[in-house]
Design a protein around this ligand. Sequence first.
Ligand SMILES: [Zn+2]
Length: 225
Amino acid sequence: MGRHEMAPIDRIPLVGGALPLDFVNTTGGRSQAEPRERLRTYRDLLAWCRRAGVLAPLDVARLQRLAGDHVREAEGVLARVTGIREMLYSVLRSVAEDREPPASAVAALGRLWRADRQRRDLTWDEGRLRLRLVRGNGRLDMMIWPLVESGVELLTSDRVATLRRCAECDWLFLDGTKNGSRTWCKKACGNRVRARRHYARTVRGGVASGPGVGSRSAESPTEKD
Ligand SMILES: [Zn+2]
């Protein structure tokens, strides 16, 4: 197949329309033989958290230093985060396809949600009361809680009715169009499908002659996500 050219983690397209979707979209091609994993190191995770606004740049810098001193622990956090991501994906994907999500995944998400509640408290901040993370703040795994909170918030909101899965790359997104007509998560996916169809047509029509004429467009090195 074509080359798997991926945008680096700090430039990954954020096209989900909600934080939990951009989170599960840090890997792609789940239904293919070769999933495209973006979160390979704890450093990748921090870079994405910064890009998606999950953590403030100051926290990212602090955690970077902390991870340097606690390498094993940071690896453990990465494994936990990607585990939570896949659990969240299985729930979101079921909902996107109008199926009941796996009970075990829903129960696991509920446990995380309760753990998140226990870490928060009402604090007066910038002129209003907020539920701030007061326990576990500054720890290597502190990004888990805003991700869990936003995941539960999305799943229990009306917005979830517009949740879709991109048939080309398995990414999830909210369809914000009035008539529910968005098919692809991003332009590159639509372009790839069109290029494949075009190639299939030209081959059938006998237009393609000689090696490489069509195969270049079929496996166009457009960004793969
Ligand atoms: Zn896509």
